[in-house]
Design a binder for this molecule. Structure first.
Ligand code: KIV
Ligand code: ZN
Length: 519
């Protein structure tokens, strides 16, 4: 008899937890809600929505995502203590299906930090998992740094967690250290040696420090893991996590050797990738697998010739499979709402009526300033729309810049700061410098400007400029991005955007420190 469970791999997305933990990638409340809704719509099985104990903001985001969930299970992370677990449950309990994910570092290095010996750790795991299971039927447990934990001890703690009621056991390669064969052998070893292992789901959670996260995750699946933990664009601390789009497309393209299905609607991948890049401030590298700008670009003569004769010569997946449709239709001032909706849908953005209304206003404003609107203009416009946050701490109300050959340049700026409007008139060496000085006078801070970059979205003097600003404070980098036909306006918005991220991050404390004190 066929065991259908064997054929299905669950996709567990942790963009909003492990992804957001990436220094500088802090997302606002409304951004998290929007991403969660898209993940749910795309068919992600489990969304790890955050770490509820980390801050009031994290708690609110997880509970609102839980209340809005349609199909996905909503999961909250908790360290191995009763307070964390209770808080995670409070946040996810209103989801149609909620999950508590609790973890503790089990490798020798982590046991030292938590000051627990092996017996003490086993007792802690038993008590915390049992407590979680009393609250919730769906409990996931992770031995953090599993790939550097002694095998005998790993078997012992996994068995303890299963006996205490864990329904999913996640095996994290926390520092991106493992190798595909080893990743497979670890899952196979646990399935063979741990009593009760065949009754629960094994998950794989890989980091990409050596560029092997996707390979390690797929190897674990071949060995019996049936849940892959991943993030959109591979977002995550250091070199990031396993990229959702890579795992899902590898399973789809190589179904011949990886006969496992996911529930993902792959045509939503591109829209989510762009959205996550915009709100996290982490742009996707051009040659990134699946979602990079060049992933489907065929520049060389030989490739173009082959592509014209038969696309399969150089293409193993079709752009439309990931929601990327190549069209040459140029939009303009006279394009209507229906045309905009159709065009955005081709580009991978599915908008509800209210969203479309908002985007249409922005589109018209852009079309008034720019005659021809290309795909890249619309992508920039959508990124801009997803960054518009009415609750942002700093918001530009008005900016007027005076330029001329007989400087200094002058910027008059009205900024809303936590709801209070403030005005200043500043000068500087050029319009951007004057504007940044004005922002700094109204909102003094010690962050250092690490990068200021401008690139034209399309050609022509009326092209939109996309400006990226990177600020650094105490070793953490905060990125901001914005596009506008006026380079100075785009610069001001990108700067304010990076500062908003800094404010959000400062308000919620140091997540990495919380994680390493996992006890
Ligand atoms: O990488 C890791 O170990 C984690 C755990 C919390 C699962 O993110
Ligand atoms: Zn992780």
């Amino acid at each position: 008899m066929t065991d259908h469970r064997q054929d299905r791999v669950l996709i567990f997305d942790t963009t909003l937890r492990d992804g957001e933990q990436s220094p500088g990638a802090t997302m606002s409340h409304s951004e998290k809600l929007e991403i969660a809704a898209l993940l749910d719509e795309m068919g992600v099985d489990i969304i790890e929505a955050g770490f509820p104990i980390a801050s009031e903001g994290d708690f609110q985001a997880v509970s609102e995502i839980a209340q809005n969930a349609k199909n996905a299970t909503i999961c909250g992370l908790a360290r191995a203590n009763l307070g964390d677990i209770d808080r995670a449950w409070e946040a996810v309990k209103h989801a149609p299906q909620g999950r508590i994910h609790t973890f503790i570092g089990t490798s020798p290095l982590h046991r030292d930090i938590t000051a627990l010996d092996m017996d003490g750790m086993v007792a802690r795991i038993h008590d915390t998992v049992a407590h979680a299971r009393n609250l919730c039927d769906d409990v996931q447990w992770s031995p953090m740094d599993a790939t550097r934990t002694e095998h005998d001890f790993l078997c012992r703690v996994v068995e303890t967690a299963i006996k205490a009621g864990a329904t999913t056991i996640n095996i994290p390669d926390t520092v991106g250290y493992t190798y595909p064969r080893e990743s497979a052998e670890l899952i196979a070893m646990l399935l063979e040696r741990v009593p009760g292992a065949d009754a629960i789901t094994f998950a794989t959670h890989c980091h990409n420090d050596l560029g092997m996260a996707t390979a390690n995750a797929l190897a674990a699946v071949e060995a019996g893991a049936r849940q892959v933990e991943c993030t959109i664009n591979g977002l995550g601390e250091r070199a990031g996590n396993t990229a959702l789009e890579e795992v899902v497309m590898a399973l789809r393209v190589r179904g011949d050797i990886l006969p496992y299905a996911t529930g993902i609607d792959t045509t939503k991948i591109m829209g989510l990738s762009r959205m996550v890049a915009a709100v996290s401030g982490f742009p996707v590298q051009f040659n990134k697998a699946v979602v990079g700008k060049n992933a489907f670009a065929h520049e060389s003569g030989i490739h173009q010739d082959g592509m014209l004769k038969n696309k399969e010569t150089f293409e193993i997946m079709r752009p439309e499979d990931i929601g990327l449709a190549a069209t040459n239709l140029v939009m303009g001032k006279h394009s209507g709402r229906a045309a905009l909706r159709a065009k955005l849908s081709e580009l991978g953005y599915e908008l509800g009526d209210n969203q479309l209304k908002d985007v249409f206003v922005r589109f018209k404003a852009l079309a008034d300033r720019k005659k021809e609107i290309y795909d890249d203009d619309l992508i920039a416009l959508m990124a801009e729309a997803s960054l518009a946050d009415e609750d942002a701490y700093l918001q530009i109300r008005r900016l007027r810049v005076i330029c001329g050959t007989d400087g200094p340049q002058e910027a008059e700026l009205t900024l809303s700061i936590g709801g209070d409007e403030k005005f200043v008139d500043a000068t500087g060496d050029g319009p951007v410098d004057a504007t940044f000085n004005a922002v700094k006078m109204l909102h003094p801070h010690d962050a250092r400007l690490e990068l200021y970059q401008v690139h034209a979205v399309t050609e022509g003097t009326d092209a939109q400029a996309t400006v990226t600003v990177r600020l650094a404070l105490d070793g953490v980098v905060y990125s901001g991005q914005s596009s506008d036909t006026d380079t100075v306006v785009a610069s001001a918005k990108a700067y304010v955007n990076a500062l908003n991220r800094l404010v959000l991050h400062r308000n919620r404390g140091n997540l990495s420190a919380l994680m390493s004190s996992a006890g």
